[in-house]
Ligand binder design. Structure first.
Ligand SMILES: Cc1cc2nc3c(=O)[nH]c(=O)nc-3n(C[C@H](O)[C@H](O)[C@H](O)COP(=O)(O)OP(=O)(O)OC[C@H]3O[C@@H](n4cnc5c(N)ncnc54)[C@H](O)[C@@H]3O)c2cc1C
Length: 598
């Protein structure tokens, strides 16, 4: 097996060096220009129509307006970000693509429309297409001439996507697959020219993927779905009735469609988190502006501790997520380069670099979507009655954000997936060195007999983060020992373990970032001080989340002496972390209230 410096999930088994991770402060001027290009577009073309109009824009009634914005986005180059330059795209690396996605989130429904075009709708061809398929489809997708969509879900196959019934049968002449079936919830489906369709060939039990053009015929569309949010985004059912698909439009290998679907979703998942970062930051601008102007009891409401607490929490989550998202985005790029250097083909390198970080992508998707939904909810609260009005756009953010906990795999599925992937890499493929990790556990536990033994920058915090990882490993080992293969059926325990795992990753990402910033002479000390406080505040909350999750897990599977010992161990390792959360939230909020934005 090739030894690699970039191993997904390895955050759990070793402590990273801050020098080795990417932090958002390191984005180049060119990368920031991509962000500004997208942000300016969204503010001009989408917000420019007025938030009340945007909130009522309807994918069916306002199709012309939706397509007009889609066309303008294409003309500005926004549809070709992940497509190589030789096919007319921008050929951005993955991490810059995440920065692009952060800015895209300002487009509300249009973030979904354009996000589908640049991600799930086109990446199957970018990553799995052969040269002919790329040459035929990618230039049109990059220019926006061809709108595209991704058809995996069916009425009876949602989370259980591999159970789809759509069938492809080769015709007697051997020239075309004849496609029959029904897809549901298809984003961009109402106006797409190209559909990536997942279907089973003849009697196969595994999915394959096809590039299907609307003009092939045999395609009927349902009416636009009436949805809670992202109302301007087209979502329809797509029916295939003897749709003839040329044989050469089979995408990738027969029977490998499900792997492809999952890998495309890995990329979609981290993009949801990048969108969450953008959404929370933008929400903060709006909230701070309003809270500074709105006077009650003779003072701006931004002066109230109850409001500062919310603003401090929003900023902290944007900071922590941002630390995790761009750390992983850069790791994907580095892994990609490493694979190319070791002789992988262009497609394989892209696919395997993404697959490597499935655990991290699932964690980021869950916590990005949940933080964004919480932030939207708290924004309404800060706006009071005006938050409930369509005029301000805040209720639209609340409705639009909610879908992110459902699509690209529900958050329950992603929690299970983060654990399943960890088991697979640790015990089946052995990509993670579990033996060494388990050997280190007793030492890690012993270290805890000293109050705080870690030294150096953030030694105390890094020790607590190591303990979060150790607690995860110990409970996983102990529950696995007792329940064996039945552990996967005890989903409540799996959810608890996934939360401990996520807290370790997110807290570590935040502290690695501030440690790197602290070591850099160029860092503004006032800003660093606030970033340190955000990392500390997150760790304080993360320990509480992990303590509760650990208690729930242990009380759910253990009894007798094991239960007693496990509680003792968890309490000893997840020690009290003495900060003043009120002061920290207030300091953080005051800093951003004064600055006016994140
Ligand atoms: C607006 C919108 C746009 C979408 N766009 C697309 C698109 O472009 N292309 C596409 O293919 N799909 C798309 N989807 C579909 C989306 O990916 C699915 O809705 C999602 O995967 C969940 O499937 P489901 O709705 O059938 O829910 P279900 O799978 O029925 O899940 C319902 C509940 O049961 C839980 N559940 C399911 N299985 C398990 C399990 N094994 N263990 C524990 N809990 C479980 C889920 O977590 C969830 O809480 C879109 C959906 C929406 C609403």
């Amino acid at each position: 097996m090739m030894t690699s410096n970039f191993v997904g999930g390895s955050f759990l088994l070793k402590n990273s060096n801050p020098k080795d991770i990417f932090i958002p402060e390191e984005f180049s001027e060119e990368q920031k220009m991509v962000f500004d290009l997208v942000k300016d577009f969204m503010l001009r073309e989408v917000h420019g129509m007025g938030l009340e109009k945007l909130a009522t824009l309807d994918a069916e009634k306002d199709r012309e307006k939706v397509l007009e914005i889609f066309r303008k986005a294409s003309e500005s180059g926004l549809c070709g970000v992940s497509i190589d330059e030789q096919y007319g795209g921008m050929g951005l690396d993955f991490n810059t693509g995440l920065l692009y996605t952060e800015a895209l989130s300002l487009g509300f429904s249009f973030a979904t429309t354009i996000g589908c075009q640049t991600s799930i709708g086109s990446l199957p061809i970018v990553w799995y297409g052969n040269d002919e398929q790329k040459a035929k489809y990618l230039p049109g997708i990059a220019s926006g001439e061809l709108a595209c969509s991704y058809c995996l879900t069916e009425p009876s196959a949602g989370s259980d996507a591999n159970s789809g019934k759509t069938k492809a049968v080769l015709n007697a002449e051997g020239t075309h697959y004849i496609l029959n079936g029904q897809k549901m919830w298809i984003t961009n489906g109402g106006f797409a020219d190209v559909y990536i369709v997942f279907a089973k060939i003849e009697g196969d039990d595994k999915l394959s993927a096809f590039i299907v053009e609307k003009k092939f015929g045999g395609i009927d569309l349902g009416k636009e779905e009436k949805k809670m949010g992202i109302k301007a985004s087209s979502t329809v059912q797509v029916f295939f009735n003897n749709c003839p698909v040329p044989k050469e439009n089979l995408l990738g290998e027969r029977g490998k469609g499900f792997n492809m679907a999952l890998n495309i979703l890995n990329s979609g998942r981290i993009k949801i988190a990048a969108g969450g970062v953008g959404g929370i930051k933008f929400g903060m601008e709006k909230v701070i502006d309003y809270a500074n102007q709105r006077v009650q009891f003779g003072v701006p409401i931004s002066s109230f501790g109850a409001m500062k607490q919310k603003i401090g929490k929003m900023a902290t989550m944007a900071f922590v997520l941002e630390s995790g998202v761009y750390r992983v985005g850069d790791d994907v790029d580095k892994k990609h380069k490493e694979l190319l250097a070791s002789g992988s083909s262009g497609n394989d390198a892209k696919i395997n670099a993404m697959r490597e970080y499935a655990i991290e992508c699932a964690i980021l998707k869950i916590h990005g979507s949940e933080a964004m939904c919480n932030a939207a909810d708290e924004s309404i609260q800060i706006f009071g009655g005006m938050g409930y009005s369509m005029e301000t756009g805040v209720e639209m953010a609340y409705r639009d954000a909610r879908i992110t906990k459902i699509y690209e795999g529900t958050n329950e599925i992603n929690r299970m997936l983060s654990l399943a992937e960890f088991y697979k890499r640790g015990f089946q493929t052995k990509e993670l060195d579990m033996k060494a990790a388990m050997k280190a556990v007793p030492m890690s536990v012993l270290n805890n007999w000293n109050p705080f033994s870690g030294g150096g920058d953030f030694g105390k915090e890094m020790e607590l983060i190591t303990n979060l990882k150790t607690v995860f490993l110990i409970i996983t080992g102990s529950a696995g020992g007792k329940l064996k293969s039945k552990l996967v059926e005890e989903q409540e325990i799996v959810m608890n373990l996934a939360d401990i795992l996520a807290m370790a990753f997110l807290a570590e990402s935040a502290f690695l970032r501030v440690a790197k910033l602290k070591a850099s002479k160029a860092t503004d000390q006032k800003e660093l001080n606030i970033k340190v406080q955000m990392a500390q505040l997150f760790l304080y909350d993360a320990l509480e989340t992990a303590r509760l999750a650990a208690k729930n897990a242990v009380d759910s599977y253990a009894d007798g002496l094991t239960k007693w010992a496990m509680h003792k161990l968890v309490n000893g390792m997840l020690k009290s972390y003495a900060i003043n959360p009120k002061d920290l939230r207030r300091n953080i909020a005051n800093y951003y209230i004064e600055k006016g934005k994140f």
